[in-house]
Design a protein around this ligand. Structure first.
Ligand SMILES: C[S@@+](CC[C@H](N)C(=O)[O-])C[C@H]1O[C@@H](n2cnc3c(N)ncnc32)[C@H](O)[C@@H]1O
Length: 315
């Protein structure tokens, strides 16, 4: 994985405008900071999706229409700490469904913590964690014929451009069989006063989360970033519906990264894009799904209409 990290940093910082893929946020410190973000009052997506998983769990299971006596695999892409999923796991177990849970995550710390917690909370549940990049594990879905339910929650899909989302969802479908399901959690387009604080909180946690990317490059690739010379700058305009996070150089500077045997120059005010978080409406969703094999079975939302979980059927 370190070789891929090197490659992505060389490519990302070597191009104009500069960018680094958001998947590199999640080392042990990044995981801990993200848990803090999810607990902030300003970070509405987790609370809204949690409400759906708590309040509309029966509806969700009904929409999945899995047969009780047929074993299936519940596979989660980017499982994180599984807070929302636990409600689904609990309800499926109580209703007597026969399934295994396969969380996939790029962070081994997140996966180990999740496995430990699930062992204690659901001792009878078969958990098979898979460490890796979910873009690379799609092929492994094909290795058996069991029916599958894929979970892709937390609006993780929003880290991709619409074009790449469509490709990714198409690929998921290509590795599934008819009547397999995908639960896709997406953040809905809403006003700037609601979205901006989620990415620019007064506690400085999202700032630390963003800057940790540079600290990670320093630790793992021998970078010489002085994080105090970069600012956390988020951006969101409702008409566009995309939140973007940047790290902005506060001065002209040249940064050496020993592990890459390269230096990168930054002008004062130059930005590194570190994340996009796309927000959705029905039209955008339909466009993304158009060329895929998935059809919408159900759309579950929280009471305020901040977030939606789409239940999709692979035709
Ligand atoms: C924003 S968190 C969301 C966690 C969880 N899905 C939720 O909704 O609460 C993103 C999670 O996806 C993982 N992740 C991000 N990019 C990934 C990738 N390309 N492959 C596998 N896991 C990834 C991160 O490690 C992190 O645990």
């Amino acid at each position: 994985m370190i070789e891929q990290f090197k490659k992505d940093v060389v490519n990302g910082l070597g191009q104009t405008p500069k960018s680094i893929p958001s998947k590199y946020f999640y080392d042990a410190l990044g995981d801990a900071l993200f848990i803090k973000i999810m607990n902030m009052p300003e970070y509405y997506p987790t609370k809204a999706e949690l409400e759906i998983f708590r309040e509309k769990n029966d509806e969700m299971i009904q929409a999945l229409s899995m047969e009780k006596d047929v074993f299936f695999e519940l596979i989660e892409l980017g499982a994180g700490n599984g807070t929302k999923t636990k409600h689904l796991l609990n309800n499926l177990l109580q209703k007597g469904y026969d399934f295994s849970y396969l969380p996939i995550d790029i962070s081994s710390t997140a996966l180990d913590d999740l496995e430990y917690k699930l062992e204690h909370e659901f001792p009878g549940l078969d958990v098979r964690k898979m460490h890796g990049d979910y873009f690379n594990v799609l092929e492994t879905l094909k290795t058996n014929n069991h029916p599958k339910v894929i979970l892709f929650l937390g609006s993780n899909i929003g880290n991709l451009t619409d074009e790449n989302s469509a490709k990714f969802i198409y690929q998921i479908g290509a590795n599934l069989k008819p009547n397999d399901k995908l639960i896709l959690g997406v953040d809905l387009i809403k006003s700037e006063d609601l979205v901006r604080p989620a990415y620019d909180d007064p506690h400085g946690i999202t700032k630390d989360f963003n800057l940790n990317l540079l600290t990670r490059i320093n630790k793992e690739l021998g970078g010489r970033f002085d994080v105090s010379k970069f600012d956390h700058v988020p951006e969101y305009y409702m008409n566009e519906g995309i939140a973007r996070s940047y790290l902005v150089s506060s001065t002209d500077q040249e940064i050496r990264i020993e592990g890459l045997d390269r230096s990168f120059s930054f002008e004062k005010g130059e930005r590194i894009q570190t994340e996009i978080s796309r927000k959705y409406n029905d039209e955008i969703m339909k466009n993304i799904l158009r060329e895929t094999d998935f059809r919408i079975v159900s759309k579950l939302t929280d009471q305020k209409g901040y977030f939606a979980d789409f239940i999709l059927n692979r035709s």
